[in-house]
Design a protein around this ligand. Structure first.
Ligand code: FAD
Ligand code: DLZ
Ligand code: SF4
Length: 508
């Protein structure tokens, strides 16, 4: 009996569990560009172009490897609007009654597949290094699910950067070496860029026609769109970017969009690269002496630590995770996130590079756009939908814990032990943004005071009941209490005025 083998847009891996369980001689692969997936948030046009190009190339690779592949194009008149509709159509076409699929990375789609009239068998997604069961076992009985302890277990299981039982270099984490401010010049020319070929050009035309209204620039598309290109991107970065990756991981510089970052998350998350192979390449560079340990460890921690950990949390916490709002924030996402005018240089830089590249690095996401939304009290659901839409690497399993949990503290502290908030001082220390800003980072109040400075204290004051008992925040409450009462009043009044101007849609 013929079965269908579903391959989703972020499942473009040769060793995918659904493919491994299928029989090339009798089963039929189904892939489809469908309106529901392309439209559940207004995805950045470069994200759609990347995924459709990579899907089309993966389908061609499967065909060359002998699979019967039925591929639905978005502009194909027969293509269904949803994954389930497409499965039903193909089931009828080939006479199949069952579907094999690898578990999707989003509750929405898992539930849709379970409700689909044609029965779907969901197989574990073994492209990750930690299964749901292993994560649940690790989490069981713990008071706090801190990433650092999870990460140490992952180091031991994978053997990465281990000297026998001990961590290489005698310590698990070199993060304290990885917070250097931006240096003057960047000696890495950024991620490898690829000229669009015929397949990509055809997709670009389609995306230009159908997604013109979405936030994001489609021109100057340079992403890798198949595994061979993604592998070249990885080697290029390991040679040129990795050596300085650790030192300047948190730095931000005007006009330097990628610094020494890998810019490989979109390839990892779509399945063009695997987590173990990228970590092994990085470990090898350290063992060969071409990259320092703080860089190799810093990178490997992000991949086998943070990436696996956030996925574990997403699946452990369940479908309602994205609705959490522990701080009761309800402000609308300011228009500046969609490219509206702003006088804040840091926000302008982060948003405009997001519009151009569908990329911003971690500190831009966490300490600029995320920090501002949290300080301003924006509804976390809206913040979540923005991040899910605008980044080429965004799928809910990874984006939601980062946004709802790490960035917005909306899960009440499952991921973060304290909220990631800062005044302008942090941004000034880690970037050169403040130099060209209409606001003054050193002004705490008055005309031209940096909005981060005002909103920081507004946030601390309005959430005092929740945070003053947190030992990591006590010092800041002491600083606030030592401030002159009039000064505190002025800060809160000016912060309130600023929020009112945001709500009124004025340029801030
Ligand atoms: P590098 O700095 O080179 O890091 C190496 C790799 O580590 C990344 O490619 C990525 O796979 C992994 N990694 C690093 N940090 C994290 C993390 N916190 N969680 C998971 N993986 C991590 N990452 C996504 O892949 N998709 C998202 O949708 C996403 N949304 C985010 C939203 C917010 C609010 C924040 C604060 C972070 C988010 N991240 C997300 C994490 C991180 O910002 C990106 O993984 C990183 O910027 C990708 O760029 P890079 O490949 O250059 O990473
Ligand atoms: C993100 C995305 C987009 C834009 N389009 C498609 C699509 O047309 N077909 C498809 O199979 N997958 C697409 N995806 C990826 C899915 O949304 C992703 O598989 C789920 O969100 C689960 O992670
Ligand atoms: Fe951002 Fe404030 Fe610096 Fe301006 S002064 S760039 S708003 S941190």
């Amino acid at each position: 009996m013929t079965r269908l083998v579903l391959i989703l847009g972020d499942q473009l891996s040769e060793g995918l569990s659904a493919l491994a369980a299928a029989d090339k001689a009798r089963d039929v692969v189904v892939m489809a560009e469908v309106a529901d997936e392309a439209g559940y948030v207004p995805h950045h046009p470069k994200k759609i172009a990347f995924l459709f190009s990579a899907m089309r190339k993966f389908a061609a690779w499967l065909r060359a490897a002998g699979w019967d592949v039925r591929y639905g194009r978005l502009d194909g008149p027969e293509t269904g609007n949803s994954i389930c509709a497409e499965l039903l159509r193909r089931a009828e076409e080939v006479g199949a009654t069952k579907v094999l699929a690898t578990e999707p990375g989003e509750w929405r789609l898992i539930e849709a597949l379970k409700a689909c009239p044609v029965p779907v068998t969901l197989l574990p997604d073994d492209r990750f290094l930690c299964s749901h069961a292993e994560f649940a076992t690790w989490a069981k009985g713990r008071k706090a699910l801190r990433m650092e302890y999870f990460y140490r277990e992952m180091r031991k299981t994978t053997g990465l950067l281990m000297d026998g039982e001990d961590p290489a270099g005698g310590q698990w984490n070199f993060d304290h070496d990885n917070r250097k401010p931006a240096p003057g010049a960047v000696d890495f020319n950024g991620p490898m860029r690829f000229e669009p070929d015929a397949v990509v050009r055809e997709v670009l035309d389609l995306v230009r026609d159908l997604f013109d209204g979405n936030f994001g620039e489609l021109d100057d598309f340079w992403f890798a769109t198949d595994r061979a290109q993604a592998r070249r991107t990885l080697s290029h970065w390991v040679t040129g970017g990795l050596p300085n990756f650790g030192d300047y991981q948190d730095a931000m510089l005007r006009g330097e969009r990628f610094l020494w970052h890998g810019v490989i998350s979109m390839y990892l998350n779509a399945g063009l690269l695997g987590p173990l192979e990228v970590c092994e390449a990085v470990e090898q560079a350290w063992r060969d002496g071409s990259a320092p340990l703080n860089a190799a460890e810093g990178f490997i921690r992000q991949v086998i630590g943070w990436r696996e950990y956030v996925r574990g949390i997403y699946f452990l916490e369940g479908p309602d995770y994205v609705t959490r709002n522990a701080l009761g924030h309800d402000r609308d996402l300011p228009w500046m996130y969609w490219g509206g005018e702003t006088r804040m240089r840091c926000m302008k830089e982060a948003v405009s590079q997001t519009r151009d590249e569908a990329y911003a690095h971690h500190i831009q996401r966490l300490m600029v756009t995320g920090n501002f939304a949290l300080l301003a009290g924006v509804a976390p659901r809206q913040v979540h939908e923005w991040y899910l839409a605008v980044y080429a690497d965004a799928y809910e399993w990874v984006e939601a814990p980062n946004t709802i949990g790490m960035s917005q503290f909306a899960d009440g502290g499952i991921i973060a032990s304290k909220p990631y908030v800062s005044s302008g001082n942090y941004i000034n220390k880690m970037s050169d943004y403040c130099k060209g800003c209409a606001y003054s980072v050193t002004s705490k109040t008055g005309e031209g005071a940096c909005p981060f400075n005002l909103l920081y204290w507004h946030f601390m004051n309005r959430h005092r009941g929740r945070f003053e008992g947190n030992p990591r925040m006590a010092q800041m409450y002491r600083t606030w209490d030592r401030m002159d009462a009039d000064k505190r009043e002025t800060v809160l009044t000016e912060a309130g005025d600023l929020l009112a101007r945001l709500d009124a849609g004025e340029v801030v």
